[in-house]
Design a protein around this ligand. Structure first.
Ligand code: C2E
Ligand code: MG
Ligand code: MG
Length: 505
């Protein structure tokens, strides 16, 4: 039987399909003039190859542009990971890596790096008084001044809050001190915030790296020096010395001990009577915390409250004080038959007022003890009431809503304008001891206190005077219309039993 020879186009067709399937999208199958089925298949395959090629090309272009975008994003991410978003300075991570680099160079025989750590002295006040956005402006201005005060090869970083660092590679003590002085001068010039001119002091700690030091040790030691500088009254530079570590260790021991003291009830409350000036009757007490330290004896609040505030421990401490003071009041109500208006005053610090669970905590204690909110007075400082941010306002209005009385402590020591008094969300104003001190022999002072009392009354608020030490002061205040007073003249702060004796006696 005779068969037709195979169509030569079929061979080319199969070969073409194999090549296209193998990924060679430029392959085309030669076509003939014939108009049969094979020609139609060839044309179809070629069209498909055209489409595939176009799609593939487009895909390749897209992959390329996506890769470029990814690369850009990665560069941006890396930049962000190393930059402080507010000031665009280096951040802590970037500083550490620059330090690591400089220390490695020093290990190879270069001069060692020097590290300055800076902390603004009055930044918190600026933030509280002028608001956070003004605070941010100040940080940005400080950042710019720092950058202008150093060389491009130095690293300027913001470590968080109002803390900055400057790393000088290949430095020494003389040079580093010179730079620190230049920075101190640059930062001491006033800053324009809105239409105000303000100055913001700076404390600088300086440490030149020693052979073999790690970046971590260097930062810790410069930081230690900065804390020592901060203890000076004015802007200053402190060069690290090993003795500073000892002081810092003591402080950290004290923090640990304080935490224990709160847990183990080593704290104790003394109470100082608040007296109705006209009659001498005790109308309430102020709770004042003391720390019964196992080795150091009875510590006064100024020996540990500042540290508690700095470390946030004040929140736990404040909870302890509130709980014990209110429980004590309940005991007195049950045991001493005190007046239904007899109240206890508790001091609250800024940090506590800013803790969101303060209201909850006060409510729990009142519920637990069954004490009426009106018998609890919370003492705040003037600046807290005047400059408080949103959280402070929230806490203050929450406390008011509970029925707790609010009082401004140490009135007259703050820097707020007296006209604020009208707007303050408080019930009572406690006039500071410094205004009472000169009352006896100074006519001008008497007039001044009289005016302050007028003002307090005109604002519909109650007045209490603190720090009354003489009968004369008490008489003058009573004559000037001050309803209540507190001070050594009536009684020093005493343990609860002392109050029981005073109230019953
Ligand atoms: P403060 O709230 O203004 O308390 C009044 C301080 O003046 C008390 O000192 C008191 O003993 C003292 N004082 C009272 N009368 C006189 C007087 O006639 N003459 C003189 N020279 N001083 C008088 P203390 O107990 O050392 O408390 C000092 C500060 O510590 C308090 O000032 C308050 O700001 C803070 N503090 C005390 N307890 C607590 C507390 O539980 N929590 C918080 N956050 N702070 C507290
Ligand atoms: Mg007080
Ligand atoms: Mg006071």
């Amino acid at each position: 039987m005779k068969t037709d020879p195979p169509d030569p186009r079929l061979h080319a067709l199969v070969e073409g399909i194999v090549r296209i399937a193998g990924g060679d999208l430029t392959t085309r199958i030669p076509h003939s003039e014939a108009r049969d089925d094979v020609a139609a298949v060839i044309a179809g395959i070629n069209l498909m190859a055209d489409d595939l090629q176009a799609i593939y090309q487009e895909l390749e272009e897209r992959v390329e542009s996506r890769t470029a975008m990814l690369r850009e994003a990665q560069v941006e991410l890396e930049r962000m990971a190393l930059t402080d978003p507010l000031t665009q300075l280096a951040n802590r991570t970037a500083l550490n890596s620059a330090l690591g680099h400089a220390l490695a160079e020093a290990a190879r025989g270069e001069m060692p790096p020097a590290l300055l750590i800076l902390d603004l002295d009055s930044f918190k006040g600026i933030n509280d008084t002028l608001g956070h956005s003004a605070g941010d402006d100040v940080l940005r201005m400080i950042a710019r001044r720092l950058q202008e005060a150093v060389r491009g090869t130095d690293t300027v970083a913001r470590l968080g809050g109002d803390e900055f660092a400057v790393m000088l590679p290949k430095s020494n003590l003389v040079r580093a001190r010179r730079v620190a002085n230049r920075i101190l001068k640059a930062l001491s010039e006033s800053l324009e915030v809105g239409d105000l001119r303000i100055t913001c002091g700076t404390s600088i700690g300086l440490r030149v790296a020693e052979q073999g030091q790690t970046a971590e040790e260097l930062v810790m030691e410069a930081d230690t020096a900065m804390y020592a500088a901060k203890a000076q009254p004015h802007s200053s530079i402190k060069v690290f010395e090993p003795a500073l570590l000892y002081a810092r260790r003591l402080q950290s021991v004290m923090i640990t001990e304080m935490r224990e003291a709160i847990r183990q009830d080593q704290l104790t409350l003394y109470y100082q009577p608040v007296v109705e000036l006209a009659t001498g009757k005790i109308e309430g007490v102020e709770a004042l915390v003391r720390w019964n330290h196992p080795e150091r004896g009875l510590l006064m609040p100024d020996q540990f409250i500042p540290l508690a505030e700095e470390t946030g421990l004040i929140v736990d401490l404040g909870h302890w004080v509130l709980r014990h003071a209110v429980r004590q009041l309940r005991d007195w109500q049950q045991e001493l038959q005190v007046d239904s208006s007899f109240n206890v005053r508790v001091n609250i610090s800024t940090t506590e007022l800013q803790s969101l669970d303060l209201i909850e905590h006060v409510r729990d204690i009142l519920t637990e003890t069954g004490v009426d909110a009106a018998n609890l007075v919370v003492e705040l400082t003037e600046s807290m009431a005047v400059n408080g941010g949103d959280v402070d306002q929230y806490s203050m209005s929450g406390l008011r809503r509970l029925g707790v009385k609010l009082e401004i402590d140490d009135f007259g020591t703050g820097y707020s304008s007296i006209s604020y008094l009208r707007k303050l969300p408080v019930h009572v104003v406690k006039i500071d001891k410094s205004l009472i001190d000169g009352l006896g022999d100074n006519e001008e002072q008497r007039n001044f206190v009289a005016a302050v009392l007028h003002l307090i009354h005109a604002c519909g608020l109650e007045a209490v005077a603190e720090g009354i030490e003489t009968a004369e002061q008490a008489q003058i205040l009573a004559k000037l219309g001050c309803a209540s007073g507190q001070g050594y003249y009536f009684s020093r702060p005493v343990p609860p039993a002392g109050i029981a004796a005073l109230v019953s006696g």
